[in-house]
Design a protein around this ligand. Sequence first.
Ligand code: SF4
Ligand SMILES: [Zn+2]
Length: 323
Amino acid sequence: MKPAFSRISPVNINGHSTNRLMIVLKTKGCEYALNNNGGCSVCGFTNNAIPNISEKQIISQLTYALKKHDLQQVEEIDLLTLGSFFNDNEISSALRRNLLEIIAELDFIKRVSFESRAEYITTEKLLECRKILSNKIVELGIGLESADNYIRNSIINKNLSEEDFYNVMVKLKETGYDLLVYLLIKPPSLTEKQAIDDAIKSVKYVFEKASKINLKVRYALEPVFICGNTKLEDLYLNSKYKPANLWSILEVIKNVKQYGEIFVGMSDESLSLGRMTFSCDKCYDNMINEIENFNKTNNLNGIKALECDCKMEYQKQLEKGLI
Ligand code: SF4
Ligand SMILES: [Zn+2]
């Protein structure tokens, strides 16, 4: 069976430029979304959910992706599901083991990441998975989305407390994981300027918390895109929301680079119908290329050199609060 999405893109592992294979497995779907009125307001993962999918079909998606892509230059696998890897009701413990054992055998893979909501993360599950991937760097991805409680819980409907997030960080440190923290750029209700400030503050917040316990963090900045059948789509269709301008994304990157390894998620996992971060036709491809290049090198030179006529108009609108 084909996964919901798979793609190879540049990444940097501890200063080394390489590539990652991102795979989004079709699964039963996010239990939190099912029980909480659609879940997070920006997430469209439930669109791809298959409630009666079998474990065999889930494993076959991983093997399909590993065969389909040329893995010669790939050293990282990001194994995403349509919900939480550690929720036993979505991915059983046996299935988790089976999936990771397949990846464990790929000697050329240096880093593996998977994601979960905080409430499903236990020390036992962390240790079990860590053991299977003992020869690799393992990252657990957590969607903090924003360090601001109101934005995270009232606007995004994440239902994640600061305390629970911190407790996960401590567990990760204790069990030998790195943290991959997802932070949104431009959640709904924020102006462009507020969105830039929120993303920068959020990186700084995680950096400070992680520094206290010496936890290694990679910051995945995710420009929000519009998925079908979401509250965000309603806002967008009523002209109450517009994705961030790419110049804003660059501004965030320039201001957070000092805090460590940054990755900018430029993929919409085929969910946005093209409704995602944008600039103008003249500079769009260049901007995307330079951001992907930044993901590979973590060097700001290419991004700093970007210029286009549309930047002036963007800055005017930003200053006047029109976007
Ligand atoms: S972002 Fe994660 S927790 Fe929220 S609805 Fe989507 S899959 Fe579920
Ligand atoms: Zn332009």
